[in-house]
Design a protein around this ligand. Structure first.
Ligand SMILES: *Cc1c(COP(=O)(O)O)cnc(C)c1O
Length: 394
């Protein structure tokens, strides 16, 4: 297997080599990494936006489910692995998303690679935003449908593709509501209008928006008043909800159909009870705690304000995800490394995760961060950019 060594050397040369950053310990928003043992780093790379992964309610609910049902369910849900606890979570997440029904999946990745091929196949066509998540692309590839990618958030481009390529089979448009690497938002109202005019299905991935936007934390569909207008709503419990696993929400028929057709649901063991218990506690928390969302929004706005004051140019985005754009993959790597030296852990995001020339260091603001830490981070980050002669922007 000589190709392994050869390929790895190529990745290193192209600044595309990925390696694990092992966390030895987590301390209230800081991580001790195996590579930087002597200094805890303030963590800006986590999607645990509301700090729920450490919340006592989740830990207690997880422990209770673990003790009541055991460590695992021992089978797929269509065998003997279905618990009432799963149905309870499905009921409550469906309500949170304003949909009649929901179905749990092992993870967001599994939801997308299982659900998309269940909905479309050969002879059909799928339209995706260029910046859609890898799991969406993998689902489309598995589906075998014709794949057409439109420019990021470009409705005119999407419409021209729909006019030319819609065809007569089934058609699916897939977007994210909040884009994970750019922190910007899809034009959902216009997309719902487009999908109606072109008789398509619309799927919205709310992985990064659930728990963050909307009166009850339902996400950007809820915030836009579009509940019931999107055919397929997907999201994960692994980000703002602080747990693990995922769901697809929609009609009762969609749920029943996916139980029959989504292979990643059918052929995989049900989620561990502790995880489902923690997710249920998280859904209840985000529903009832508007104050957490408000505080997070305030912290994110404050961080962007600080970056601006320190001289970062551009237009700050609307969310808790703050990409500091540097362009080149190697530059992103050296800036991220300099950040570690300064006590800040933020991820260098490089191609192929983002387009060529659009490498960045991604900062996500979470409830773990204090305002004083955010101000200090902005100061240190912009100081590093000046020292390394990096011209960065929002
Ligand atoms: C993280 C993510 C997923 C995958 O979810 P997991 O539960 O982590 O597998 C899917 N879609 C988007 C947009 C994501 O950001």
């Amino acid at each position: 297997m000589d190709f392994l060594k050869r390929r790895l050397a190529e990745y290193i040369a192209a600044n595309r080599y990925r390696r694990l950053q092992t966390v030895v310990e987590r301390l209230d928003g800081r991580v001790v990494l195996a590579d930087w043992e002597d200094q805890p780093l303030l963590d800006f790379s986590s999607n645990d936006y509301l700090a729920l992964s450490q919340h006592p309610d989740l830990i207690k609910a997880g422990r209770e489910a673990l003790e009541r049902y055991g460590a695992g369910v021992g089978a797929a849900r269509l065998m003997s692995g279905d618990l009432t606890l799963f149905h309870q979570l499905e009921r409550e997440i469906a309500d949170l998303k304003g949909c009649p029904a929901a179905l749990l999946f092992g993870s967001g990745y599994m939801a997308n690679v299982g659900m998309i091929p269940a909905l479309i196949g050969r002879g059909d066509v799928v339209f995706t935003d260029r910046l859609d998540h890898a799991s969406i692309y993998d689902g489309c590839r598995l589906a075998g449908a014709r794949l057409l990618r439109f420019r990021h958030n470009d409705l005119e481009h999407l419409e021209s593709l729909l006019n030319k390529e819609r065809g007569t089979g089934r058609a699916l448009v897939v977007v994210e509501s909040l884009y994970s690497m750019d922190g910007d938002i899809a034009p959902l109202v216009e997309l719902v209008d487009l999908k109606k005019r072109h008789a398509c299905m619309l799927m919205v991935d709310e992985a990064h928006a659930t728990g963050i936007f909307g009166d009850q934390g339902g996400g950007l569909i809820q915030a836009a008043g579009l509940e019931g207008e999107v055919d397929v709503v997907m999201g994960t419990f692994g980000k703002a909800l602080g747990s693990y696993g995922a769901y697809v929400a929609g009609s009762q028929d969609l749920r029943d159909y996916l139980i029959n057709r989504a292979r990643s649901f059918i052929y995989s063991t049900g989620l561990p009870p502790a995880v489902v218990g923690a997710s249920l506690a998280a859904v209840r928390l985000v529903r009832d705690r508007l104050d957490l969302r408000e505080q997070l929004a305030e912290k994110a706005a404050y961080f962007k304000e600080c970056l601006k004051l320190e001289g970062l140019v551009g237009t700050p985005g609307p969310s808790q995800i703050v990409p500091v754009m540097v362009g080149d993959g190697g530059v992103a790597l050296s800036l991220a490394e300099e950040c570690c030296r300064l006590g800040l852990f933020a991820t260098a995001v490089r191609p192929p995760t983002v387009p060529e020339g659009a490498a960045r260091v991604r900062f996500s603001v979470t409830m773990h961060h204090r305002k004083s830490e955010l101000a200090e981070t902005a100061r240190l980050l912009m100081g590093a950019c000046r020292r390394l002669a990096i011209s960065a922007s929002f």
